[in-house]
Design a binder for this molecule. Sequence first.
Ligand code: AGP
Length: 609
Amino acid sequence: MCGIVGYIGSDLACERLIEGLRRLEYRGYDSAGVALIDPQGDLWARKRVGRVAELDDAVFDAPEAQIGIAHTRWATHGGITEPNAHPHLDATRQIAVVHNGIIENMHALRQQLESEGVHFRSETDTEVLPHLIRKFYRGDPVAAVRATLRLVRGTYGIAVLFADHPDRIVAARLGSPLVVGLGEGETVLASDPQAIIELTRRVVYLDDREIAVISRDGVKVERLDGRTRDADITLIDDEAYGVADLQGFPHFMLKEIHEQPESIQRCLRGRIQGEEGNAKLGGFQMDPRALVRIERVIALGCGTSYHAGMVGAMALESLARVPARAEVASEFRYRNPIIPRDALFLAVSQSGETMDTLGAVQEVLVKGGHVAGVVNVVGSTIARTTGKGVYVHSGPEIAVASTKAFTSQVTALMVFTLMVARTRNLSLDAGRQMARALEELPAKVHAYLRDPGPIQVAVEAVTEAPYVLFLGRGFSYPVALEGALKLKEIAYIPCEAYPSGEMKHGPIAMIDQGAPVLFLAPADQHRDKNISNLKEVQARGARLIVVHTEGDDELAELADLSIPVPAVPDYLSPLITVLPLQLLAYHAGLALGRDVDKPRNLAKSVTVE
Ligand code: AGP
């Protein structure tokens, strides 16, 4: 979604800002812009609809400025147009603002400003900010920003330039992340550490209701209410952010699919205790006596992370015998949920910035509940807000479609399940078996990816079809949901997922001659029931693409197209059966000419509601 970069130092600010924007491209956006203070003390700005490359072409005549701010916009208020792109300037062109988030009371603020004679040039909510800051500006940038933010309802991460203060960028946040990177004689601001990682590992995260003054020598942070705070420096690790490099793959999505043996391995590293048939996740800050007091677990997440939460909840219930469920965070947060004292909530999120999941976490915390994060991005808002949990360590996920983060999230939830299960009725022997099965997983993922079966034939079947149905039972139902989500978001093919047994209560009406049905039928406790469901759709002419366990000849023969996968225990099957579905979505998207890494309308990190 929207991205912010700011730079102050001795290099050419424009070049550094464009470089930063390129590193944020993966988040999804539709226009981009930059504002600089030139050596004469004037504001210079340029914006373009489309890619950062187009903005780069348009800034050929940028002044030799050493300070500036830049933005990638993902439209919310107002269409995808140049006037709506950021930065937004006040009428005197003395103040420039970039903004992530949504100003909810923008209509009232705009009406008031218009009645005072202000002329608006865009349809955005953001434009009220430079005009309000101008209104309150008496020579003190921080005072003007603070006075403005007092009037604003909604969420923001902002960066502001004042033409008459070329020695500072003022930034503030409420609900939209900002991080400051400290270099030698230069300082960078960004909404995502990915934009600054090449400059420095030394960062200061801003918290909600904080305002920062960024100079080439560092950063000064204050609370919006005037209290000061020490700018604690955090060292971010390279593994978490690594350099976003294709390493020979044509797309990040394919690279990330193929990284899964290593990303799962990283998630397991140092956490499995094979001899004890147990596991250790110190980040939960829970010893066995605390674990055994958990009476229920509720996983909260959106999209793919919600699907991972569903798998985790099933594992906790079936292996640890703890009542568990997953909930869509955007629904949960607004229904005044009951927060039982003995429940553990798990906030599952790749980015750690998803607004709906963060909102759900805050609702749990407000009601005195107990919540831990299952997060990929180190130092992200959800990780810092929960203050405990597990990092899934999948490494940076650049493609908008989540692949390796899903398998790492599920792996982390399985490790947690093992820990909880061992405090209940899982025996030492059964614990050892589960530990061994987890440790064998990366090799099985690798084996499948080396020889993924007839994916291209499946691609032909789904790309020619007007509709695709995904079916699965038990642990395979969240995988069916995940497969359908992937095919929708990457290939834009209409499809849906259903529990296999539920299919005859409606979706079977969609099946006619040749309709592709993607059936997940690993050799688990539902296998025989699945065979009956499979025959029901086959009898109506469906073209069956079946993902089944290697060596299951009966299923291979029943299928029109058989995709065998390595054998694993039931509860680990999602980590294997999801792989062909990821590849199917990727290759179908490619065959249809889609932008597989940056599908239309989507953003990597959904920081608005
Ligand atoms: C996954 O492919 C999607 N792009 C999307 O559903 C994503 O999983 C969802 O927005 C949640 O994001 P998070 O994991 O960063 O919280």
